[in-house]
Ligand binder design. Structure first.
Ligand SMILES: [Mg+2]
Length: 374
């Protein structure tokens, strides 16, 4: 069995969980000479990143075509070598490696008739709690709290909310209002559900502001605060961590194992966000979770794009003790619910190991791919 074709497929789609903003992904479809198909994805998010990723996938196809898709580790290393000059330290090359690597794992599972979780050594969790990862859609605090209460009433075990997002929520900009919001949220969802705050790129807190906010949030038992000081501020994060109780999450903007290792070495990150559609696929993510485990920290899949990255994230989350929960976008959306006939769902707030079907365990509806193809 050999890889016959590698097709980069940039897509643009409206994301209902982000006020129908157009979001971008670069999918890849890899087909073998005996007709087995594997699917991968990179979470490019921006229009200019899509053609750039597709161009690199097309270049890297030279390494992949004619190769045995079972050799995921060897091919991952060959792709890294191929990008030695333009991909050192990460960047767009990591998107291309991510998409191809995920597709190769999907193919490998289908060829061997085993799930990706099985190929990674089997599940280390019986089940994982599921939470909602959402943006708030209202301007008033009581309406936002009610929205969150409704979402967790489906059984979801927690709620992660984005600060500094589109719309009228205006979260992250005023100290007293933010504290009142967190208080109201805790009251609405109850003491037992997880509650996380995730600061977006629009939030520009300085260290003192972050300390002041998080010290007040500490009263409401947040599970973690995500990117309160952005992607990289080791001194700021060390100060914040010394002065507050809430766990600190960041790392999702890193690309490579050395990048994640650098975050881990600061000692200031309790929960590392990792996206297999960015951090060099299932092979890359697995190497990262192994290091996170060695540092006795938590890893969390940033699975907020298509069902392909969700399936890859779910497989790795079940293969690593460092992963403790799984996130869902709460609103029905085309890249999760139309792209595949069997979307990943929680059952009463739990997800179970996806071991029953080969590969990533999803079937791709190519009509939907073509609907959003650029
Ligand atoms: Mg985040």
């Amino acid at each position: 069995m050999k890889v016959a074709t590698v097709e980069a497929i940039p897509v643009a789609y409206p994301e209902p969980n982000d006020f129908n903003a157009t979001r971008y992904l670069c999918l890849v479809k890899i087909t073998t000479d005996d007709g087995i198909v594997g699917w991968g994805e990179s979470i490019t998010q921006f229009p200019e990143a899509n053609p750039a990723t597709a161009a690199i996938i097309n270049g890297m196809a030279e390494v992949i075509i004619g190769a045995d898709p079972i050799h995921t580790e060897a091919l991952w290393r060959q792709m890294k070598d191929r990008a030695w000059w333009y991909g050192y330290g990460g960047g767009i090359a990591s998107y291309a490696i991510s998409a191809i690597d995920i597709a190769l794992w999907d193919l490998k599972g289908k060829a061997l008739n085993r799930s990706v979780v099985d190929l990674l050594g089997g599940p280390v969790h019986e089940r994982l709690p599921a939470i909602a990862s959402a943006h708030a859609h209202h301007s008033s605090i009581p309406a936002m709290a009610e929205e969150a209460r409704e979402w967790v009433s489906t059984g979801l075990q927690g709620f992660k909310v984005g600060f500094g997002k589109r719309g009228d929520a205006r979260l992250g900009y005023e100290h007293d209002r933010d504290v009142e919001y967190v208080r109201a949220m805790r009251e609405a969802i109850g003491p037992d559900k997880m509650l996380m705050v995730d600061c977006g790129i629009a939030i520009k807190w300085d260290v003192a502001t972050a300390v002041k906010r998080v010290q007040r949030f500490d009263d409401y038992n947040l599970t973690w605060i995500e990117e309160p000081l952005g992607a990289w501020d080791p001194e700021g994060y060390a100060t914040l961590r010394a002065k507050t109780k809430t766990l600190i999450a960041y790392g999702e903007r890193e690309w490579t194992l050395p990048g994640f290792e650098r975050v881990l070495a600061t000692g200031s990150c309790d929960v590392l966000g990792v996206d297999p559609g960015r951090a060099e696929g299932i092979t890359g993510f697995k190497k990262i979770t192994d290091r996170v485990e060695a540092y006795r920290r938590q890893a969390n899949a940033h699975a907020w794009s298509s069902a392909i990255v969700s399936a890859a994230s779910l497989a790795i989350s079940f293969s690593s003790p460092a992963c403790k929960l799984f996130e869902f976008k709460p609103l029905r959306n085309p890249m999760q619910h139309d792209l595949v006939p069997n979307p990943i769902e929680h059952q009463d707030g739990w997800v179970y190991p996806p071991t029953e079907r080969p590969g990533l365990g999803i079937d791709i509806n190519e009509e939907v791919v073509n609907r959003y193809r650029q």
